[in-house]
Design a protein around this ligand. Structure first.
Ligand code: TRP
Length: 336
């Protein structure tokens, strides 16, 4: 390697191919990833192994896997500059996950709030995979010697656990894994439901006015924003108790870069109806080109399959290096 060649830090993140992605997913993750493209080595995964911790319809899972990859690209991620791949195409994820299961404690997994939440939500299917979900996530991250993991705030506990597992392993066997850090993007870190603004916007909300999906059409987007629940005040300003307006301001900022003060000035004396329409139109305008590109990509399966193949071979190469190191350290033999 040349002396002046800079070793870039690694970024890893993943999205589950389950449910329709909301603008919360978009603003909290994919939209921000483009900016890392030049200064980091970025690896983004469609985490299908994670998705089956909840019962999935096979045909739908397959379709959503293509869709999630298409969405990565439609959101501006260049498959030449970023490694984009599907988790199940790189067997090292499942393999490392088994090993790390033996270095993750039952007690610490039992404390994971996502496990507790999902156990309530899917009470008839509290399978072992749901329980060890964070270990698979730790494997995703640690396989690539990842330095930075951009995630939503709800995933921070899993990142902490990943660090704990990595430190524990390193302590027993010597330096093996880089210790990753979580990173929560500022803009749009938490987008709330439009119908119940004290709750997070969710992929799986049954209220059709609650969540705006990245692939919603223009009329639906505008209609949902027009119906967004607000409060009995009439002034567009950020304040305690104005969850609905605060959320709309967050969304507007995330898409326009405008500050709270600028927004308050822009809508001074104009009332909520006007503001809601402006947010709706802004979001619809911003998502239109994403949707057009998405539709074009989904009509070109061969291209997407090429990206998958290329991405998984690049990812496999890196993952294998870490996995063989781990196998050697724990004392597994190698066939000669
Ligand atoms: N658990 C993450 C979520 O639901 C998805 C995920 C799986 C992930 N593996 C990851 C995110 C590794 C970041 C890094 O949002």
């Amino acid at each position: 390697m040349e002396n002046n060649e800079v070793i870039k830090k690694k970024i890893f993140s993943g999205v589950q191919p389950s449910g329709k992605l909301t603008i919360g997913n978009y603003l909290g993750s994919i939209k921000n990833w483009k900016e890392f493209e030049e200064s980091y080595d970025c690896i983004y995964c469609v985490v299908d192994l994670h998705a089956i911790t909840v019962r999935q319809d096979p045909a739908e899972l397959r379709r959503r896997t293509y869709e999630t990859l298409a969405l990565y690209i439609a959101s501006g991620l260049d498959p030449e500059k970023n490694t984009l791949f599907v988790q199940s195409h790189v067997p090292a994820h499942a393999e490392l996950s088994w090993v790390l299961n033996c270095y993750a404690m039952h007690g610490e997994l039992n404390r994971m709030t996502q496990f507790k939440d999902k156990s309530k939500k899917y009470a008839s299917n509290i399978n072992a995979g749901l329980f060890t979900y964070p270990v698979l996530m730790a494997s995703d991250i640690l396989l690539y010697q990842t330095n930075l993991v951009p995630v939503g705030i709800d995933q921070m506990q899993h990142i902490e656990l990943t660090r704990d597992i990595a430190n524990r392993f390193n302590q027993v066997y010597g330096e093996t894994f880089a210790i990753p850090e979580g990173f929560i993007p500022k803009a749009g870190a938490k987008v709330m439901s439009l119908a119940e603004p004290e709750k997070k916007m969710s992929k799986s909300d049954t209220n059709t006015n609650a969540s705006v999906y990245i692939l919603d059409n223009r009329d639906d987007i505008i209609r949902k924003f027009k119906r967004a629940v607000t409060d009995s005040d009439t002034v567009v300003r950020r304040a305690e108790g104005k969850d609905g307006i605060n959320n709309l301001m967050t969304i507007y900022t995330a898409f326009t870069g405008k500050t709270d003060a600028e927004i308050e000035k822009e809508f001074e004396g104009l009332g909520y109806g006007h503001f809601k329409l402006a947010v709706g139109e802004t979001v619809a305008d911003a998502l239109a080109p994403v949707k057009t590109e998405f539709d074009r990509l989904m009509a070109d399966k061969a291209y997407l399959e090429g990206v998958m193949k290329d991405g998984s071979s690049r990812a496999s190469y890196l993952a294998r290096k870490t996995l063989s190191k781990v196998y050697r350290k724990v004392g597994f033999t190698q066939p000669k």
